[in-house]
Design a protein around this ligand. Structure first.
Ligand code: PMP
Length: 405
């Protein structure tokens, strides 16, 4: 079962006060807080197991290697990858997408080709593709959305007819909260043999992910948005792609045989993990996965949905409010502006009331351009948030709006 008090007790950071007020942490889309089991796992690694991996014959090195590979197996099972080797560890979503844009891009994209992304992408799922395409005189095709933040599926079908080499799409928008119909989008792309990358940065902590059922070619994620440490994340890739793709970075660990004339590369996934990885954080990621799995995930999802619905219900009463993102299928966050009030001013004032929200363009400037706004106030929720926190947040926004008008 899901016991909110017991979950909160795992996150001591939430018990603090800021400016003499209880902290209400609603910036979970930027990063989640870490439970004690994650912090302790990383600490324990450095206290007892720290060693470089995959290269020592001695005891500690073998222990650390086994622990790291165990973490890979745990992550693979968490998202239902068929094989542990289909999980590549990176620093997170951004590094995963740079790796894919470079490696998969280098393999598939020729002069003048295109890659399709949606109109609601985070910069991390757009700029790497855009920059790679520049080198090939290619361009991005943008899958449009409507005023509610819903993907235009018909337009997507037309874009696919232009034969982009890769489709790369957010599972959940970090700005609008829209849950995109990724399974259907994968199906449509596969009818034309186009591989699909899913940016799962905002979905993996909140919804059950099954990469085999999604049938996506790649699924990228960040640990720090799923209760794990910063500096770790990775991606799932279908074996047929990982085997065919060239390495992204070169150096130790990713090689097989090396001479001054020639180098052959290690097998998947090590081919993509050059240099010493963040072993401690990978073990923290495993602890985070076990933590999530120890809870009733449906109950957690229902709790987070309740927080979102109550926040919207409360905010709706405030005059001049405009929600940015009104797709019926949405998750995890509410983004809004209030007429005549700059989001930054709102964020600064409610911060003094103890409430941590994000303001600005949320690394999605084209989304702001589309809506003709400078930014939004974004409140994003996690399993440890409470209804009382939502109520204080709504009151704080009301009060700040009255002060700023
Ligand atoms: N994509 C999405 C949808 C995101 O929300 C984020 C983080 N805000 C990223 C990519 C980038 O993630 P990271 O900074 O962890 O690499």
């Amino acid at each position: 079962m899901f016991n909110l008090d017991s979950v909160r007790s795992q996150f001591p950071i939430l018990q603090q006060q800021v400016y003499g007020k209880p902290l209400v942490y609603f910036d979970n889309a930027a990063t989640t807080q870490k439970p004690l089991c994650v912090i302790e796992r990383e600490r324990d690694y450095y206290l007892n197991e720290n060693c470089n991996i995959h290269r020592g014959v001695h005891y500690l090195s073998q222990m650390a290697t086994e622990a790291y590979e165990h973490a890979r197996r745990t992550v693979a099972a968490f998202i239902n990858a068929e094989k542990a080797q289909e999980i590549v560890f990176t620093r997170g979503t951004t590094e995963s997408l740079n790796l894919l844009a470079t490696s998969l891009g280098q393999m598939l994209v020729n002069e003048g080709d295109t890659v399709a992304v949606t109109a609601m992408e985070h910069h991390s799922n757009m700029v790497p593709w855009q920059q790679m395409l520049k080198l090939k005189n290619g361009r991005l095709l943008v899958i449009p959305m409507d005023e509610n933040g819903i993907i235009d599926i018909e337009a997507y079908g037309k874009i696919l007819e232009q034969k982009p080499k890769i489709v790369s799409i957010a599972h959940i928008s970090n700005t609008l909260g829209t849950i995109n119909p990724v399974k259907k989008m994968v199906e449509m792309a596969h009818q034309l043999d186009i591989p699909v990358v899913i940016d799962g940065a905002q979905s993996i902590a909140h919804h059950k992910i099954d990469v085999q059922s999604l049938d996506c070619d790649f699924f990228v994620f960040s640990g720090h948005k799923m209760y794990a440490p910063m500096g770790i994340g990775g991606f799932y890739g279908k074996m047929k792609w990982l085997e065919a793709m060239p390495p992204y970075q070169f150096g130790g660990e990713m090689v097989d045989r090396v001479s001054f004339e020639q180098t052959t590369f290690n097998k998947v996934p090590f081919k993509f993990e050059a240099g010493t990885p963040n072993v401690g954080a990978a073990l923290g990621l495993e602890a985070a996965v076990l933590f999530i799995q120890s809870l009733d995930r449906e109950a957690v999802e229902a709790h987070e949905r309740m927080l979102l619905d109550k926040a919207r219900e409360g905010l709706e009463q405030i005059s001049g409010i405009r929600f940015i993102g009104n797709a019926p299928e949405r998750s995890g966050l509410v983004s809004f502006i209030i007429s005549g009030i700059h989001p930054y001013d709102m964020g600064t004032i409610i911060d003094k009331m103890g409430i941590a929200v994000r303001t600005g363009h949320h690394c999605a400037e084209p989304v702001m351009t589309f809506f003709g706004i400078p930014g939004t106030v974004r409140a994003s929720f996690a399993m440890y948030n409470t209804l009382e926190e939502v109520e204080s947040f709504v009151k704080a926004v009301e009060k700040a709006a009255a002060m700023l008008r």
